[in-house]
Design a protein around this ligand. Structure first.
Ligand SMILES: Cc1ncc(COP(=O)(O)O)c(C=O)c1O
Length: 477
């Protein structure tokens, strides 16, 4: 029995229609090579989404990182970080805080994923408010279309209807604001008006929730859900001011954006957000081990360090020696190989290539920064006419996924909001690879346009992992 058949026997995949997985040939990825991955049939694909925004170093440093992992396993395979500590967790905490110190971060709590990081942040904030005599601060403010994870606490902040509805009512009472989705916002054409409108909406939501009952406001510096929404100038400093005014803790969820995705250690440093807490995961190990965490200012840590309170939360694997040893090695590789400099050097070229794809009538908007981009597809560029959910399904799954597959690019085709092509290549990609990605996206989108507009429709040759919903939040912003 081949790998594809075996994959279908006992595995239940994440967010995957298993029938569709079987029908599309049950792809199994068996090897990574540089910025490409290879499936069990020997077909190569550009890893255009870095796995899931994780493989920032591509698939080239396994030997070096593996040697560090081996040294750690030979020394101390496991010790918890409950009531004691161990060297790899201490070392990684030092490295992380050194790099986050310009943002005022002084301490880190380790978790194992983005969801756990977000949920840990919320629980820490609840206890922090309680320690400060405000136990009634339990509500959260988040944004529509944003993904903050799937555990029941984190899911409350996730603003995607399709992820939430099977599990309602939500654990945490949360209001969802418009994301920084300029393309479809009534004030989106003027950055100043746009910022003012978003901040007014945020203040209204806080007032409506009861300012003394709101615990935290959580947002990604550049929001992934809906497709790489970059904030307008003044937005993050405005959020900071609102949080200060109403005693709310500001959380930057940097699960994707931290560790180089936009060319800096943290995207928060670009937008002057000054969060109280930064959540991180994915890029901290560049996908070589599961690890997430919560960075916090000394003010947030104080009740638990000098205030006589214990953070009543933890996970067995929190700060696992293997994962933390791997993360420290990864951070050193980022620096040694000047990986973030590579992003800063090549981002303008990547951006220009993608922007040029506006020549294709299907491409309504191209947005993003660093190596974090999305193309929004529209029926009619003049009116920004949106596809119905069936049309979007056809466009992404019948058309684009087949072309991307044939042309050898893994990316995300997402229609939980408007249909978008999401791109997040490894941060070590060179100019030639970025150009190839742009070419493939251009060719695939042109083919889809021909099929849509009634010209010769190229045949589909397979299906890539797409994220789909029959219940998209079209025009949510
Ligand atoms: C911004 C953000 N927060 C949280 C999460 C949840 O992370 P995980 O899948 O590791 O639980 C994700 C996952 O993609 C994310 O993008």
């Amino acid at each position: 029995m081949g790998a594809s058949e075996r994959a279908h026997q006992h595995l239940l995949l994440n967010f995957t229609d298993m029938g569709e997985y079987a029908a599309s040939g049950s792809r199994v990825i068996v090897r990574g090579d540089g910025c490409e991955v290879i499936d069990s049939d020997g077909r190569r694909y550009i890893d255009g989404l870095s796995g899931l925004f994780c493989s920032n170093l591509g698939h080239a440093y396994g030997d070096e990182i593996g040697a560090a992992a081996h040294r750690q396993l030979a020394t101390l395979p496991f010790a918890p970080t409950w009531s004691l500590a161990h060297p790899p967790a201490i070392e990684l905490a030092d490295l992380l805080v050194e790099r986050a110190a310009p943002l005022g971060m002084q301490r880190v709590f380790f978790a194992n994923s983005g969801s756990e990081a977000v949920e840990s942040a919320y629980k820490l904030i609840r206890q922090w408010h309680e320690a400060n005599g405000e136990p009634q601060r339990t509500k959260a403010i988040a944004r529509r279309l944003a993904y903050h994870g799937t555990t029941l606490g984190a899911l409350s902040f996730t603003g995607l209807e399709s992820c939430r509805s099977p599990f309602e009512p939500m654990a945490v009472s949360t209001s969802h604001l418009s994301p920084t989705y300029a393309y479809r916002h009534r004030a989106g054409e003027d950055p100043e008006d746009f910022t003012a409108a978003l901040l007014e909406e945020a203040e209204d939501a806080i007032t409506f929730a009861g300012p003394e009952r709101v615990a935290m406001l959580i947002a990604e510096p550049v929001q992934n859900g809906g497709g790489a929404f970059v904030p307008p100038p003044g937005y993050w400093s405005g959020l900071r001011a609102l949080c200060d005014r109403y005693g709310i803790v500001l959380v930057a969820d940097e699960t994707i954006t931290a560790y180089g995705r936009v060319g800096e250690w943290f995207a928060s440093s670009i937008f002057d957000g000054r969060p109280d807490i930064i959540t991180f995961a994915k890029g901290v190990t560049a996908g070589h081990a599961p690890l997430g965490g919560v960075l916090m200012t000394e003010r947030m840590a104080a009740p638990f360090i000098t205030g006589g309170h214990t953070f009543m939360h933890g996970h067995t694997w929190s700060g696992h020696p293997l994962a933390t040893a791997i993360a420290s090695t990864v951070l050193r590789i980022y620096e040694r190989e000047q990986v973030f400099e590579n992003v800063r050097d090549l981002a303008p070229r990547f951006a220009a290539g993608l922007q040029e794809l506006r020549r294709i009538p299907l491409v309504g908007d191209v947005r993003g920064m660093g190596f974090f981009w999305a193309l929004e597809l529209v029926k009619d560029r003049e009116t920004k006419g949106a596809f119905s959910s069936d049309e979007a399904d056809w466009l992404l799954r019948q058309e684009l996924s087949g072309h991307m597959d044939e042309l050898g690019l893994l990316c995300r085709l997402d229609d939980r909001g408007e249909p978008v092509i999401q791109l997040s290549p490894p941060l070590v990609s060179d100019a030639a690879l970025l150009d190839r990605i742009v070419d493939i996206v251009g060719t695939a989108t042109e083919r889809a346009w021909h099929a849509w507009s009634g010209e010769a429709a190229p045949s589909s040759v397979g299906v890539l992992p797409t994220i789909r919903s029959r219940n998209p939040e079209a025009g949510a912003a």
